[in-house]
Design a protein around this ligand. Structure first.
Ligand code: V47
Length: 372
């Protein structure tokens, strides 16, 4: 008997079919449906829905920016178990704290590349006065007045408030007065207390992280948000994380972009855990785009998922590639093997080859230009 090849198109489970219907009609998913989305591993179905949302919001545009990273210090009291960047004390191998003069010299070196943004995040250093950070901000601003400083995560702000006896609002206002322009999304990790206890037990908790972003938004300071996935969290805990971000965004509207961050295991206390695969990474982009209906931008941080996967992610909900990213250290020290920077030409090539239109943006998503 001749073998017949039967090609059957799998039909989505009834719950995903209902979710697909809602997404097509632009109706918000409820919490149970959000969990369903994060449980599903139907990459193509989710990708198609995420792409629909992405194109509804942004058409064919993919944003990028010209930026560089500066970490004033990697000396850090916290003991996050995923981190390969921090050093507990000065003098340990690879511990580095910039003097203000060194920070300024580093910024001057970057200026010929025409950056519009410096991404400045730091360890929780037990021995520096708060004035050091203010001086560093003022000095960078005096050196490059047009450069937008996106820096100081909620975790740092929480630490300074406790250490120097200030309210969150005071810390943010003093940093802004010294030159801070916006706050990055780091330190959110996974909000569930069960996970935080296992991977980052001694820094700002979920309520504190969210409260700092709430205050920043009230003060008119834009922020981003992240989710570190691939350590010990469940699908339900990912859904809960994203739903808490959605709820705060309903309240304030101050988040600009969501950036999923894939766990990198090298040189960290969690190095026995496997890293998320490319399939997982695309799933998380698509799932996040579907559930987070009120945060405009979904950013792929190519440094940690690789530039080729970041490119493909443009078909799974992503509309923003960060960025030229000169001098990144947090992921390089955790084993990322991506290049040290991408040129504007490289970024535009990745974007165009995926059938999208590259648009240069500044940190707060004003259009800087459309490259020829
Ligand atoms: O807070 C640290 C994460 C974050 C590892 O807001 C790790 O525009 C995986 O927040 N494996 C810092 N993740 C990076 C960050 C970020 C990056 C790009 C853009 C923006 C933005 C924010 O990276 C940390 C932590 O969540 N992280 N170590 C690791 N081994």
């Amino acid at each position: 008997m001749e073998a017949t090849l039967e090609i059957r198109k799998p039909s989505p489970p009834p719950s995903l079919a209902r979710i697909a219907e809602k997404v097509r009609e632009g109706v918000r998913l409820d919490e149970a449906e959000a969990v369903e989305v994060f449980r599903s591993r139907d990459l193509l179905q989710l990708g198609q829905l995420a792409n629909l949302i992405r194109e509804r919001l942004h058409g064919d545009r993919t944003y990028y920016n010209k930026n560089f990273h500066l970490n004033l210090t990697n000396v850090c009291e916290a003991s996050c178990r995923f981190c390969a960047f921090a050093r507990l004390e000065e003098g340990m191998p690879l511990a580095k704290t910039f003097t203000v003069e060194e920070a300024v010299a580093f910024v001057k070196e970057q200026l010929p590349n025409g950056p519009t943004e410096v991404h400045m995040v730091n360890g929780l250093h037990p021995g520096l006065p708060f004035e050091y950070y203010e001086e560093a901000l003022r000095a960078v601003k005096a050196t490059a007045p047009e450069l937008h400083i996106k820096g100081f995560t909620a975790v740092e702000i929480h630490y300074y408030a406790g250490k120097y006896g200030m309210s969150y609002e005071e810390v943010i206002k003093r940093l802004v007065a010294a030159g801070l322009g916006s706050i990055p999304g780091g330190g959110a990790e996974i909000f569930a207390p069960r996970v935080r206890k296992k991977i980052c037990k001694d820094k700002a908790n979920a309520e504190e992280w969210l409260e700092i972003h709430r205050i920043a938004h009230r003060l008119g300071v834009k922020t981003n948000c992240t989710m570190l996935y691939g350590t010990v969290e469940t699908a339900e805990e990912r859904a809960d994380h994203v739903l808490q971000l959605r709820a705060l965004q309903d309240e304030t509207g101050g988040f600009q972009a969501f950036i999923p961050l894939a766990f990198h295991n090298e040189n960290s206390p969690l190095q026995r855990l496997p890293e998320p695969t490319g399939f997982d990474n695309l799933l998380v982009y698509a799932q996040s785009r579907i559930v987070l209906d009120n945060i405009p931008h979904l950013k792929a941080y190519w440094v940690q998922v690789g530039e080729k996967l970041a490119q493909v992610a443009q078909s799974f909900g992503v509309n923003d590639l960060d960025g030229t990213v000169v001098s990144e250290k947090i992921y390089k020290m955790a084993g990322a093997v991506t290049p040290n920077l991408l040129s504007v030409g490289d970024l535009c090539h990745l974007i165009r080859e995926a059938g999208r239109t590259p648009v240069e943006r500044d940190t707060v998503y004003n259009v800087v230009g459309m490259p020829l």
